[in-house]
Design a protein around this ligand. Structure first.
Ligand code: DCM
Length: 131
């Protein structure tokens, strides 16, 4: 069974991780996530991540490494997460989000992450701390 993959980015810059607050759909609005979206047919996951972060945040990014594991999202979808570096641009909530926040490794627990994002956020915080 091929699960449909949703990719998300643990976008890091100057020792901080980017958190994005969802504005939709209503059941997810107000919760925080690692920004990303669905991989389209024919697209590679890293290519999809770069596209999604460009569309949603207006930035150019470089995927660095996959955070091990994948997390079920329901309806046959799974979440996979890559760490990514900010190459250019200032993240701006262009679609799907209404607030962005850069969090240091000791601040990542200050926002209400989507449950399915929490293991990857914890690992990203650990990587930031060790960097
Ligand atoms: N999603 C998630 N965690 C993320 C990114 C997305 O749980 N870090 C979920 C929310 C949606 C689905 O993936 O159910 C598709 O995301 P989008 O609506 O942003 O394309």
């Amino acid at each position: 069974m091929d699960d449909r993959v949703v990719v998300a980015g643990a976008l890091c810059d100057r020792g901080r991780l980017l958190a994005a607050r969802r504005s939709a759909p209503p059941e997810l609005a107000g919760r925080w996530e690692l920004p990303g979206g669905k991989v389209e047919p024919g697209e590679g996951p890293e290519e999809a991540l770069v596209r999604e972060l460009r569309e949603e945040l207006g930035v150019e990014t470089l995927p660095v490494e996959r955070i091990p594991g994948q997390w079920p999202l329901g309806r046959g979808r799974v979440l996979q997460v890559w760490t990514a570096r900010l190459l250019s641009g200032e993240p701006t909530p262009l679609e799907d989000h209404d607030e962005l926040r850069w969090l240091g490794p000791d601040e990542v627990h200050t926002v209400d992450w989507l449950d399915q994002d929490r293991p990857a956020v914890a690992e990203a915080a650990r990587l930031l701390r060790d960097a």
